[in-house]
Design a protein around this ligand. Structure first.
Ligand SMILES: Cc1cc2nc3c(=O)[nH]c(=O)nc-3n(C[C@H](O)[C@H](O)[C@H](O)COP(=O)(O)O)c2cc1C
Length: 186
């Protein structure tokens, strides 16, 4: 098996990280891999907020905990009751990817960038976790100040995040994948 395929198959979602910063040159390499992702008509309708501030991440997470604790969804309520609740899974670094609202394929384009970074990070010995659950606080009426702190430009919406750091857990076996979803047509 070649190294690329080994890395794709080795990537797991990591939800516990060491208290060790990610080196600046590695962050730049991950961003280069994000920008190398394909985009529909090559419009590159994305914006990357590289957040090294745990203080900002903690404030977004606290606002999410509050929103979720008041939710009618019992699963959200239960998640919010966890004393260790963290929308960013304790990572020292999170890259939030926002998509241009008027670009019809922005969601796919931004997802491509996130997955490129996740695979590249795995190849550099870093753990990652794809994130979407951090958004309620940013999309709530009071979220404008947080969007500003993230420097997300007007006309862009936060879509996905990637928690990144040095892994502090064994994520164990990959959850089983359903192979009945494949049709081979000759
Ligand atoms: C679009 C998307 C959103 C996700 N959001 C979250 C999230 O908010 N928090 C989290 O812990 N994991 C999140 N995940 C990670 C999935 O739970 C994970 O990929 C899945 O359970 C499969 O596990 P694996 O990544 O280890 O193969 C998300 C994944 C995707 C693709």
């Amino acid at each position: 098996m070649n190294e690329t395929i080994k890395t794709i198959l080795a990537r797991r979602s990591v939800r516990a990280y060491k208290d060790k910063p990610v080196e600046a040159d590695k962050i730049d390499l991950l961003l280069e891999c994000a920008l190398a992702a394909p985009t529909g008509r090559n419009v590159q309708p994305w914006f990357f907020s590289v957040v090294n501030s745990r203080d900002l991440l903690n404030r977004i997470s606290a606002a999410n905990k509050q929103i979720m604790s008041e939710s009618a969804d019992p699963m959200a309520k239960q998640a919010a009751s966890d004393p260790n609740f963290d929308s960013f899974r304790g990572a020292p670094l999170v890259i939030i990817v926002s998509g241009r609202r008027d670009a019809s394929m922005a969601a796919a384009d931004c997802a491509n960038a996130v997955e490129n970074m996740a695979i590249a990070a795995c190849s550099l010995g870093l753990g990652t976790c794809y994130l979407a659950g951090f958004k309620p606080a940013l999309l709530a009426p009071g979220g404008k100040a947080l969007l500003k702190e993230l420097q997300i430009p007007e006309g862009y919406d936060p879509l996905y995040g990637l928690a990144i750091g040095y892994t502090n857990e064994d994520p164990g076996e990959r959850p089983a994948r359903d192979r009945t979803v494949i049709a081979k047509i000759n």
